[in-house]
Write a protein that binds this ligand. Structure first.
Ligand code: PLP
Length: 372
């Protein structure tokens, strides 16, 4: 049987290799290696793509989140409400600033936070909400981003660039949206990278200062920032890849539809052995991950690995149960939907260049495991 990796970045490279080589050569010859015209060009293209007025390049999705909170002056005594079912960075940045992450449970169908869930955790100390658009699907936070709110909404869009909710892309549902260009993301660089999207010109200006040690002009520091700059090489490669993003997302979407159809006819869903991803109303899902919910997840993953099929668990332990957050006083049972998801989710290969027949092979292997 042909092995099927979870992700095959080499299969994608063929579609833009020559352009990337040309772009990297241009940067090499210019020797303008950090920020500069390449980064500015990419930022302008990204802002246009997302339909926002500003995109500020950052050194990673984590640093984009950190810079967003620093731009809001979030620190000790402040609370930031977010999902307990996310990548560590979402809450890590809050704690790094001395603020308190306040976790909420997820909707068990979409794995995203809900308006009601976030609302229930808001206190007079709440300075920001970070809804996470998990797996490529935007979270619906309803009216929580109203401009007169005492908190600021920062969308964690690391996994969902190009996704839409009610027609609005990332950056349209909060005052800022942070993006990651980690290589496995839908728009991945040749290393780490990230960005903050916003329609707020003053915030964009502040983010640019935050990413350069808080200095403006150079060597004059009115605030403490960090080194969160996007490299010119990353920007040049990302600018080459950005025009492909929608076509790649379409590839993921049609692969998701094919999985849905293959599983629906397999007997697995009818028997409740496998639950397929659920797409919320008016959502354009871009499937950074295609995530099943199954019983006996770890054994199924082992079985698929033995058959050469790559899978992943995003995420095996919710944030409220992480040892580093023990002081928050949470225990098992506090957020049951997230805890159940952590025990049951399994991401399958969904990358746009999946070879013909690979998905039927994956579904057959899952059927083999359950004897269906
Ligand atoms: C939901 C979420 N938030 C934040 C990040 C952090 O992004 P990066 O890895 O670029 O620092 C990631 C990436 O893994 C993520 O998936």
């Amino acid at each position: 049987m042909t092995p099927i990796p979870l992700l095959d970045l080499k299969a994608q490279l063929v579609s833009y290799r020559a352009d990337a080589l040309e772009a990297m050569t241009r940067v090499m010859d210019s020797q303008e290696l950090i920020l500069g015209p390449e980064t500015e060009r990419f930022e302008a293209a990204l802002a246009t793509y997302a339909g926002v007025s500003h995109a500020v390049g950052m050194s990673s999705g984590t640093d984009a989140l950190l810079a967003a909170l620093m731009a809001l002056d979030i620190g000790p005594g402040d609370e930031v409400v977010t999902s307990t079912f996310s990548f560590f960075a979402t809450a890590g940045v809050v704690a790094r600033l001395g603020a308190c992450p306040v976790f909420v449970d997820i909707d068990p169908q979409t794995y995203n936070v809900t308006e009601a869930g976030l609302r229930s955790a808001i206190s007079p100390k709440t300075r920001a909400l970070i809804p996470v658009h998990l797996f490529g699907q935007l979270a619906d936070i309803g009216a929580l981003a109203a401009p007169d709110s005492p908190w600021t909404v920062v969308e964690d869009s690391a996994q969902s660039l190009g996704g839409r909710l009610r027609g609005g892309m990332n950056g349209h549902h909060g005052r800022m949206a942070t993006v990651s260009f980690f290589p496995s993301k839908n728009l991945g660089g040749f290393g780490d990278g990230g960005a903050v999207l916003t329609n707020d010109a003053a915030l964009a200006e502040r983010l640019a200062v935050v990413r350069a040690h808080g200095s403006k002009p150079k060597y004059l520091h009115h605030m403490v920032g960090g080194n969160f700059r996007l490299d010119a090489l990353q920007a040049a490669v990302l600018a080459v890849k950005l025009p492909h993003l929608d076509a790649w997302a379409e590839g993921r979407r049609s692969n998701a539809a094919r999985y849905d159809a293959l599983f629906a006819g397999s007997g697995l869903t009818e028997r409740g052995l496998v639950t397929l991803p659920v797409v919320g109303p008016d959502v354009h899902h871009v499937y950074n991950q295609y995530v099943l919910r199954v019983e006996d997840r770890d054994a199924l993953q082992k079985h698929l690995t033995a058959q050469g099929i790559g899978t992943a668990v995003y995420y095996p332990l919710p944030l409220h149960l992480q040892p580093c957050f023990r002081a928050l006083g949470h225990g098992p049972g506090d957020f049951p939907h997230a805890e159940r998801a952590a025990a049951q989710v399994l991401a399958l290969p969904i990358y746009p260049e999946l070879p013909e027949g690979a998905q039927a092979q994956v579904v057959a292997a899952v059927r083999g495991f359950y004897g269906v």
